[in-house]
Design a protein around this ligand. Structure first.
Ligand SMILES: Nc1ncnc2c1ncn2[C@@H]1O[C@H](COP(=O)(O)OP(=O)(O)OP(=O)(O)O)[C@@H](O)[C@H]1O
Ligand SMILES: [Mg+2]
Length: 354
């Protein structure tokens, strides 16, 4: 189990900063996900850790050792990319054995290790097949077996599940997490899929334009985003703009509607933007008990969930509730309520126009 330590890591191409002053400490055995939109610098960070791309600033330590100038082949890193990159003419066994033959490991030891790696990804009986005889999910598990067979110090995964359809992706996600836990291997995964990041990781690093926006546990990044970008990237949100009330535990909107919130940590009168996640907005049939009255304008059945669009004095809002039988119909007059702590200030000042 190795730690990974990035200090002020940058990658400039001429005047363009693909990665800008990224610092990150990954604990031994931790599963960290780098999440960000296309072009935000995710792959660049990963390739610099792998030694496949030069830094233009900063340093990288793996397991306490400065690897900044070390060639890729000497870093002992397991890598999996989006394209499976298996050798098509070789069997599954030979694909997984490849990193061992490169390292000059003998036949008996190779057989033992390949069998163990294939068992870990639950493909023990698939050794004699060719990649073309496997499903996409199975191919990606072979790629995983190949990445762990030589007992790497760390595992780096760049959108490894991107080519899989949703159901398969969820299956391999569970498999991946199980594998990572059982090996206890320090892992960095890159994805632009927020659900994948939230469900798999110990911590998430949100990247935008090469810069770290937030490093936090999934629930904190989701409920307590450090800025509007993180709030929007991680999911839907109800947004409130107004000024901090005199009690410093409310936001007074332009029309006068008062939105109770957690400790604002700002002086009364400060203009702020706050968010409330749709799951945290609770609708009640009794019009009288809520914080604000609400009228259902639309109800969208999503199987596990129902999404309600409501009109309130604070503007249109969205609520997501478990998909039971006692739904509200459009036109119903209800009330909306929330825990004040779930209203989270994401920015000083008003949000820029969308
Ligand atoms: N060799 C290069 N020369 C110039 N610019 C580059 C080079 N390689 C990458 N970039 C730029 O650096 C930025 C970050 O690229 P990177 O591949 O790290 O993004 P990403 O977050 O992995 O995106 P995606 O989700 O699309 O894979 C992009 O704007 C890209 O165009
Ligand atoms: Mg990429």
């Amino acid at each position: 189990m190795s730690s990974i330590h990035l200090k002020g890591v940058s990658r400039h191409y001429g005047a363009f900063a693909a990665v800008d002053d990224v610092s990150l400490d990954v604990e031994p055995g931790e599963f960290v996900t780098i999440l960000g939109p296309s072009g935000s610098g995710k792959t660049t960070v990963l390739t610099m850790i792998a030694g496949l791309n030069q830094l233009t600033g900063g340093s990288i330590h793996i397991g306490g050792r400065d690897v900044t100038a070390l060639p890729a082949a000497q870093r002992n890193i397991g890598l999996v990319f989006q394209s499976y990159a298996l050798f098509p003419h070789m069997t599954v066994f030979d694909n997984v054995a490849f990193p061992l033959s490169v390292r000059g490991i003998g036949a008996t030891e190779t057989r033992r290790r390949v069998e163990e790696a294939l068992a870990r990804v639950r493909l023990d009986t698939f050794g004699r097949r060719k990649p073309s005889q496997l499903s996409g999910g199975q191919q990606q598990r072979v790629a995983l077996a190949r990445a762990i067979v030589f007992q790497p110090d760390i595992l780096l995964l760049d959108e490894p599940l991107g080519a899989l359809d949703r159901k398969l992706r969820e299956e391999v996600q569970v498999e991946l997490r199980r594998l990572q836990r059982s090996l206890g291997i320090t892992t960095i995964l890159v994805t632009h899929d927020q659900e994948e990041a939230l469900s798999l990781s110990d911590r998430i690093v949100v990247l935008d334009h090469g810069k770290v926006q937030q490093i936090a546990a999934p629930q904190n990044a989701y409920l307590r985003p450090s800025n509007r970008f993180v709030a929007d990237f991680l999911g839907a949100a109800n947004v409130f703009e107004g000024r901090v009330g005199s009690d410093e535990r409310s936001i007074v909107m332009d029309g006068g509607t008062v939105i109770p919130c957690g400790a604002a940590a700002r002086r009364p009168g400060t203009p702020v933007t706050a968010i409330l996640r749709p799951e945290r907005l609770i609708l009640a049939a009794d019009e009288a008990i809520g914080i604000v009255p609400a009228m259902i304008t639309e109800s969208v059945y999503l199987g596990q969930f129902v999404r309600y669009h409501v009109e309130t004095p604070a503007g249109p809002m969205i609520a997501v509730a478990p998909g039971g039988n006692n739904g509200f119909a459009p036109g119903a007059r209800v009330s909306a309520t929330w825990q004040p702590d779930d209203v989270w200030i994401v920015a000083d000042g008003a949000a820029p126009p969308a």
